[in-house]
Design a protein around this ligand. Structure first.
Ligand code: COA
Length: 157
């Protein structure tokens, strides 16, 4: 079963978020999840869904933000899949597809005409799962960062 995430799901959701993003700060992952279910503004997430089995064990989640734009999309703003995860033991049985369908249905009901997503270049199984779920590859990019070591002496402008 796939349903909207609720306050009672925060612990299970946070555990799965930490498995999807093992390098992310655990406190931030938990506080963003709590902010979302409490309806607080400290999260960019607009919708999140949970998949669970007959014993109400969490199997996976999908979460969506509405971004101002997304590369390759025609519409602005556009819903963007920020996280899509199924527990390893539950993969390959249609859970991910059902989660993605819930995200698409939510976006469609909100009036959006397309939905975007992304994945890392090396994540071939995610690429294939996206394509199997009807996503078309539109771009590949390399991201950069540079630490700013200057101490600001005056405000910009
Ligand atoms: C990507 C992910 C969510 C898919 O979940 P899943 O429950 O295994 O997906 P489903 O069983 O619903 O499969 C959906 C479709 O994708 C295809 N697919 C899924 N994994 C695949 C893989 N590794 N290779 C090829 N096709 C794959 C399925 O065959 C299916 O298509 P079909 O119905 O035409 O056969 C899951 O593999 C996962 O959590 N991966 C790790 C996290 C991740 O990479 N998330 C995406 C980036 S945020």
């Amino acid at each position: 079963m796939v349903r909207p995430l609720e306050a009672r799901d925060v612990d299970a959701w946070t555990r799965m978020r930490a498995r999807l993003w093992p390098d992310a700060d655990a406190v931030s992952l938990a506080s963003e999840a709590r902010a979302f279910v409490a309806g607080l503004p400290e999260t960019i997430l607009a919708a999140a869904f949970l998949a669970e089995d007959e014993e109400a064990e969490a199997l996976g989640f999908v979460e969506v933000a509405v971004r101002p734009f997304s590369d390759g999309c025609d519409s602005m703003p556009v819903p963007h899949v920020e996280g899509w995860y199924v527990e390893p033991a539950a993969r390959g049985r249609g859970v991910g597809r059902r989660l993605m369908h819930a995200a698409e249905l939510w976006a469609s009901t909100c009036g959006f005409k397309e939905i975007a997503s992304d994945t890392e270049l090396h994540n071939e199984s995610s690429r294939l799962a996206h394509e199997a779920c009807g996503f078309e590859e539109v771009d590949r990019l390399i991201k950069f960062r540079k630490p700013l070591l200057f101490i600001a002496r005056a405000p910009l402008g």
